[in-house]
Design a protein around this ligand. Structure first.
Ligand SMILES: [Zn+2]
Ligand SMILES: [Zn+2]
Length: 192
């Protein structure tokens, strides 16, 4: 077996098992442990894995993951006009595609959320989600349904509502609305 083939198979195993052991690899490929050591050294230099005592592990996932961060609720790519960020007590920042997902996330994570920011739908700047005004279920579907959009100024929200319909709500009533919508959906599913 050519070293290049062995390298590929080592990487395949690594992906499958999450860790490879030098001892096992040397038996599998009928080569010395010294050879496997050199294989792993080379693969590490090329950035394919990280050597640990007695074996190797994959490079941590974020380095391999796509550079575009996706919504932590529905995995679509967030847009600057609608995205929300939730800052958690453990330092993690969760990004959501739109207030629909962001507010569902807020309900789900509860006390873990230290602060939440929405994007003003007109300007795209970050605004405090607690103080924002929301337009719920306008006639245009934007991102997730029911559509929820955030506005910094209530007057902007009302102007948007004049053009596109929907309800103008504060965060508490928007959360209530989403809760009911989710409840209705699960209820309908049960009846079907
Ligand atoms: Zn989403
Ligand atoms: Zn969305």
């Amino acid at each position: 077996m050519l070293p290049a083939d062995r390298h590929q198979q080592i990487l395949n195993r690594l992906q499958e098992h999450g860790i490879v052991h030098i001892h096992e690899l040397s038996q599998t490929f009928s080569v010395s442990e010294m050879t496997i050591h050199r294989d792993l050294d080379q693969l590490e230099t090329e950035g394919h894995l990280r050597k640990v005592r007695g074996g190797a592990v994959p490079i941590p996932a974020p380095a391999l993951a796509s550079p575009v961060e996706t919504c932590f609720m529905c995995h679509t790519a967030p847009r600057s006009q609608t995205q929300m960020t939730l800052h958690l007590s453990n330092g993690v920042v969760q990004r959501a595609c739109c207030p629909h997902c962001g507010l569902h996330g807020l309900m789900m994570l509860g006390d873990q959320v230290v602060s939440a920011f929405a994007s003003d739908f007109l300007r795209g700047n970050a605004i405090n989600a607690q103080a924002a005004t929301y337009v719920v279920e306008p006639a245009v579907a934007i991102c997730c349904t029911p559509t929820v959009l955030a506005f910094q100024n209530k007057s902007d929200a009302e102007r948007f509502q004049k053009g596109f319909g929907g309800q103008v709500l504060d965060i508490a009533r928007t959360l209530q609305f989403l809760n009911q919508a989710a409840h209705l959906k699960s209820h309908r599913k049960k009846e079907m």
